[in-house]
Design a protein around this ligand. Structure first.
Ligand SMILES: C=C(O[C@@H]1C=C(C(=O)O)C=C[C@H]1O)C(=O)O
Length: 521
């Protein structure tokens, strides 16, 4: 391992000397098979070392994303380089910065012992120089203190990147090192190699958790579980805003707006992200499960909504996800709920607005695009949705970030028309969404990328968790039903908090719940 890294660092050092500034050395190595869930949870508790002699800001520490069943699971630990951009040009600027970085960097791949220069196509997705991060939901809204530290476009190139395929292939480890002209190549390489070995060892042995349990427990009763940690659920204010949204829609100022709520939960002691993740992992296998740590904050979730996946061959996938109802424990009742969802003109209208907006936004970017005429059903633990998958082929030169720019925010999390909905939200929604319902994901130098809409998520700081949920409001929305729907969407994360807390409680005594309010399901 050290030899491969040494070669990459040596080449990068020459490049740094020629250019007069540090560049990245990147080495890609096979590391055998790894269990994605164990690696994921292990990496969350791995101490992040001080970053290299790079441009890295203190913010980024970890970015991990397990994207549905078809993978790969990617885990980035430690920020070796950061890329940020602000304002309306953030999508173009971040791509330009990434391209410049890749152009001057050295990427060496050690697939079969023969080192090859790895800038081009044909290498496994999400290996080498990969940007991991997100775009904040609305850069035109002044940030709340909680999200102050993140930039409008905020990405890192991790020091260590594990890429674990969904299939039986071995995992790959990319080691990225910022190298200056004066670097000691031997020392840099040997230090990085020993850190990498320790990381792999910890992940595959010591820190590997118990296999995650799939919770069979019913959702917490209305005044049970994590809900007893609530202080105020903000019902009155939110219901009032829903009424105002319906009014604005009936007056013809917009046709749909997605109003979100933020729910603060205070656990009796610090929440342990690794434990929470063990609880979250098995809950929604088809979802993108993610955990980002940045400064003192964690942002975790399991999102069912893919914004855009692009492969090096130019295939693009997206989805419309809008229209929701609950689940029932008895089959025939569950079926009846699904049928009512399909037959509801209100839900179909909400859904169609999203499909049409995606089609319109993707048309100029694609050579071909398939959009099924009828939605399907996506069943999750506490909620079922109408769902339409979209697939197509991108025109030459269009990247996943271009697609994200064109789509975000879709009317599934913003509204329609887009600009009017965002304007309305700026004046009415009570909090800055930050990364909630924003595009988070990654892209690589080979032309692959995957971005998800960060819903069903929570921000964690010590014992406090802020959970988010939003509901699409249209002309015939009933505020009380939307309120119920928001609870359904919050349910899985509340359960994760409760289970994760229980798992992490070893040697901690539980205080009785404070500030308990009687809440409806
Ligand atoms: C905004 C959220 O969910 C979105 C809104 C939906 C709806 O209004 O029916 C359904 C799925 C998501 O696109 C959320 O979960 O926070």
């Amino acid at each position: 391992m050290a030899r491969a890294i040494h070669l990459a660092v040596e080449a990068a050092r020459k490049q740094a000397r020629a250019l007069g500034h540090p560049v990245l050395a990147s080495a890609v190595l096979p590391v055998g098979r790894l269990d994605p869930s164990a690696a994921f949870v292990g990496a969350l508790s791995w101490p992040v070392h001080a970053p290299g002699p790079s441009r890295s800001a203190p913010g980024w520490q970890r970015f991990a994303l397990a994207a549905g069943d078809e993978g790969p699971t990617i885990i980035g630990v430690g920020a070796e380089w950061t890329l940020t951009a602000a304002g309306d040009a953030r999508f173009e600027e971040i791509q330009a910065r990434f391209r410049r970085l890749v152009e001057v960097s050295t990427i060496l791949r050690d697939g079969n012992g023969d080192l090859r220069d790895g800038h081009g196509d044909g290498h496994p997705a999400a290996t080498g120089i990969v940007a991991l991060g997100g775009f904040r939901y609305d850069p035109h809204r002044s940030p709340d203190a909680a999200w102050q530290q993140i930039a409008d476009a905020d990405f890192m190139i991790p020091r260590f990147l594990l890429t674990i395929p969904a299939g039986p292939e071995p995992a790959l480890l990319t080691i990225n090192l910022a190298v200056s002209a004066s670097a000691d190549a031997g020392l840099t390489a040997s230090q990085a190699a020993s850190q990498a070995r320790a990381l792999i060892e910890a992940i595959s042995q010591g820190l590997a958790p118990q296999p995650p349990e799939v919770s069979q427990a019913p959702p917490p009763a209305p005044d049970d579980g994590a809900r007893r940690w609530l202080r105020d659920d903000g019902a009155d204010r939110w219901l009032h805003e829903v009424r105002l949204a319906v009014e604005a829609i009936r007056e013809g100022r917009l046709s749909k707006v997605v109003l979100a709520r933020a729910l603060d939960v205070e656990a009796p002691g610090p929440l342990d992200p690794g434990r929470l993740f063990e609880a979250l992992w098995g809950q929604c296998p088809g979802c993108a499960r993610f955990a980002l740590s940045y400064g003192g904050m964690w942002f975790i979730g399991a999102s069912p909504e893919r914004l855009a996946a692009v492969d090096a061959g130019g295939q693009v996938r997206s989805m419309a996800l809008a229209g929701s109802t609950g689940r029932a424990t008895r089959c025939h009742e569950d079926e009846a709920l699904a049928r009512a969802l399909f037959d509801s003109p209100k839900e179909r209208h909400e859904h169609r607005l999203v499909v049409d907006a995606l089609r319109e936004a993707l048309a100029p970017l694609t050579e071909s695009l398939q959009v099924p005429g009828t939605p399907r059903l996506l069943r999750l633990a506490s909620v079922q949705h109408l769902h339409t998958p979209l697939a197509g082929r991108l025109r030459a030169g269009i990247s996943v970030v271009d697609v994200v720019k064109a789509l975000h925010p879709t009317p599934a999390v913003g509204g329609h028309p887009k600009a009017a909905a965002l304007e309305w939200l700026r004046g009415h929604e009570e909090f800055d969404r930050g990364w909630y319902s924003a595009p988070i994901g990654w892209w690589d130098a080979q032309g692959n990328g995957d971005f998800w809409v960060a819903i069903r998520s929570a921000r964690l700081e010590e014992a406090r968790a802020t959970l988010f949920a939003g509901c699409g409001i249209v002309a015939d929305s009933r505020p009380e039903s939307e309120w119920e729907e928001s609870w359904l969407k919050l349910q899985p994360m509340l359960r994760v908090l409760e289970e994760g807390w229980r798992r992490g409680r070893i040697e901690r005594t539980r205080e009785p719940g404070r500030g308990h309010l009687p809440l409806r399901a």
